[in-house]
Every structure is written in structure tokens, then in C-alpha cells.
Design a protein around this ligand. Structure first.
Ligand code: ZN
Ligand code: ZN
Length: 204
């Protein structure tokens, strides 16, 4: 097993590391088992493991260059672990309500034109890709963390059925620096490439 150590990695697990422990090369069926091994055998939290092996224990700093804020670790199975900017430090002009609506409309139109659907969940193959990704992360294609969802909703909103738009907005804000996924310029590409991954991450 040839594992390059002390290499400068990007903000994601390299494909060839996805299902192994970089400390001893042990392989796993899914990310859940990997994290369990890291905890049990090496006594590390997932965050500690990623920080030690991929970031040299250096937390990235907000890229605005002014605030010097240490970025907060995002607990995702294969990355992205850090946003580039803290909230509101992304350097761009704020969108007006009108321009947001326009971008959203454009994105929906693109999906409609290219896939004949208005919701990315209906794109052929996406459901299967979500299942594949869940299998990879949790070892169960039908995994749905309902208990945790309900618990969080109860705790935060006193209502297990609260529709958590706020959280989705925050997740999207981190990933795309935009309040809604569909309002970003990357939407068209993301819909094609990453929508299944991010749907899973939001579901978590
Ligand atoms: Zn190990
Ligand atoms: Zn900043």
C-alpha cells in the first residue's frame, strides 16, 4: 500500500483514499465503517483524523484575507470539509430579489429543457445515484436518518415536522455561496454532476 503522506491535499478525500484508513491502509465497505475504525483503533474523531492527515492540523482561514477567521469543520464523509469564506465574506455583490428569481427561473428552464423535469430528483438515474452514494456512505442504499432528523427538529423547533428550509439554505450557502441552490450560476453544471451527492448531504 503506497500512501503518500504529508502531501498537500485538496478539500476532498482523493478517490483512492475514499474507503481506506490512511494510517494503516485497512479497507472498508463504506464510510461509516471507516469512521468507526478510525475512532476505535486510532482513538481519533473523524475531524481529528482528517485534520492530521489532510491539513497538517492547520485549519484553513477565511479567504477574504481580512477577518482571519478559522473555518469550521463540515462533517461530510468525503469532503468538502471547509468552505472558502465565512458567512457573508464571499466577495460579490448581493443579489436582488429580482435577480434571484430570474436565476432560479433560468435554472428550472435548463432542467426542463435538458431533462424534461422541474425537480432534479426526477432526472433519470439520479435516484439510483443517490442510492449508490448512500450505500457507499452508510452501507445501506435505503438509509434515511429519520430519527436524527426528527430529534433535531424537535430540539430546535419543538416540531418534528418542521420543514427545515433554513438548514438547507445554510448548507447551500456554504457550498455555493448562495441562498438557494438553483439561484447559482453553477446550477447547470451541478445539476448534471453533483446533485446526487449534495442531495444526500442535505438529507443527512
Ligand atoms: Zn487505521
Ligand atoms: Zn472573512
Amino acid at each position: 500500500m503506497n500512501i503518500e503522506k504529508n502531501k498537500s491535499y485538496a478539500n476532498v478525500v482523493p478517490k483512492e483514499h475514499e474507503l481506506l484508513c490512511i494510517l494503516d491502509g485497512v479497507k472498508f465497505k463504506n464510510a461509516h465503517d471507516r469512521n468507526w475504525h478510525i475512532k476505535r483503533v486510532h482513538g481519533l474523531t473523524y475531524e481529528e483524523y482528517i485534520m492530521q492527515n489532510y491539513f497538517n492540523n492547520q485549519y484553513p482561514i477565511c479567504k477574504c484575507g481580512k477577518c482571519n477567521t478559522k473555518m469550521k469543520f463540515i462533517d461530510s464523509p468525503f469532503g468538502i470539509w471547509f468552505a472558502d469564506y465565512t458567512k457573508n465574506h464571499f466577495p460579490r455583490k448581493p443579489h436582488t430579489e429580482e435577480s434571484k428569481q430570474k436565476m432560479k427561473k433560468t435554472c428550472v428552464e435548463t432542467m426542463l429543457r435538458e431533462y424534461g423535469v422541474t425537480n432534479s430528483m426526477y432526472i433519470p438515474g439520479v435516484v439510483q445515484k443517490i442510492k449508490d452514494k448512500k450505500e457507499l456512505i452508510y452501507g445501506d442504499p435505503n438509509y434515511n436518518n429519520m430519527e436524527k432528523n426528527y430529534e433535531t427538529k424537535r430540539k430546535n423547533h419543538n416540531d418534528p415536522n418542521y420543514n427545515n428550509r433554513e438548514k438547507a439554505a445554510i448548507t447551500n450557502d456554504i457550498r455555493y455561496h448562495s441562498k438557494t441552490f438553483t439561484s447559482t450560476i453553477e446550477c447547470k453544471i451541478q445539476v448534471k454532476k453533483h446533485v446526487m451527492i449534495d442531495t444526500v448531504l442535505i438529507v443527512q
